[in-house]
Design a protein around this ligand. Structure first.
Ligand SMILES: Nc1ncnc2c1ncn2[C@@H]1O[C@H](COP(=O)(O)OP(=O)(O)OP(=O)(O)O)[C@@H](O)[C@H]1O
Length: 251
């Protein structure tokens, strides 16, 4: 079953058609890849899928419901969250505080709920704290919980972004370049964490330029070029597709 389906999405910026009638399907339980040369429209497509940008036209269905009229926090409440190419961690807060804030930020929780601590809210906060610890342990960041997020390496920030996305117990995570700027050892660890969470039932759509990562991680890959769909198939099919090679070489 498709968990996410986008049909004929278009987005223009001034004269530039960043996404041009592009479609994509993400099967439930999959790790699906999204690749394409620089400027192909991948990040813009992510923004459209998570409602950070509104499409000029086209439709997005998540869990069989249309979501293209919703706000990003409403999309997150339904279980679709995204990470960013440049990790959006708050450097002057601790790793644990970043985790705790993520759930509130992503689901649009009201500010007064955060400081007006009724016993029920205090209890929920305790449960969230425990959940955050469990995630930090599972992604190997528990020993950094009380360090400033600003002191983390690029790869650890990417892990923290993954952790923050996991805080809202999502069904689907859109991961924007999880391996970019990360050292090879940590790339392997990030891949293992993604696979482990996938086995626990979370679906992933991953933008990635590192082809080794795409090949080892993804069940199926969609290729974009100049805002449009170019190809889709298994990683091997896509890698051997002459159109795909041409799009990359022509860059
Ligand atoms: N806010 C914006 N205003 C104007 N043009 C934009 C905007 N966002 C993206 N674009 C343009 O849209 C096109 C697609 O950009 P996008 O960032 O989606 O590509 P990408 O495939 O994610 O590229 P990369 O792999 O380099 O991150 C590019 O030509 C880009 O310059």
């Amino acid at each position: 079953m498709a968990l996410l389906t986008a049909t004929q999405l278009t987005k223009t910026f001034g004269g530039i058609r960043a996404v041009d009638a592009a479609s994509i399907e993400v099967p439930e339980g999959s790790i699906t890849g999204l690749i394409g040369p620089n400027g192909a429209g991948k990040t813009t497509l992510f923004n459209l899928l998570s409602m950070f940008l509104r499409p000029d036209s086209g439709e997005v269905q998540f869990a069989e419901e249309p979501i293209h009229e919703l706000q990003p926090h409403q999309v997150a409440q339904r279980g679709l969250v995204r990470t960013f190419q440049v990790a959006r961690v708050l450097s002057r807060l601790s790793v644990l505080e970043n985790m705790l804030l993520a759930a509130q930020e992503q689901t649009g929780e009201k500010f007064w709920n955060v400081w007006w601590r009724s016993p029920r809210i205090a209890q929920e906060e305790e449960a969230q704290r425990e959940y955050a610890w469990n995630i930090l342990e599972s992604i190997g960041l528990a020993h950094k919980a009380h360090d400033y997020a600003g002191s983390l390496s690029g790869g650890q920030r990417k892990l923290l972004e993954l952790g923050r996305a996991l805080m809202v117990k999502p069904r689907l995570i859109l991961l924007d370049e999880p391996a970019a700027g990360v050292n090879p050892t940590l790339i392997n660890q990030i891949c293992e964490h993604i696979q482990a969470w996938n086995r626990q039932g979370i679906t992933f759509l991953v933008i990635e330029h590192n082809m080794d990562v795409v090949m080892s991680l993804c069940d199926r890959v969609w290729v974009m070029a100049e805002g449009r769909n170019l190809a889709s198939g298994t990683p091997e099919e896509v890698q051997n597709n002459p159109l795909v090679l041409e799009a990359y070489l022509g860059q």
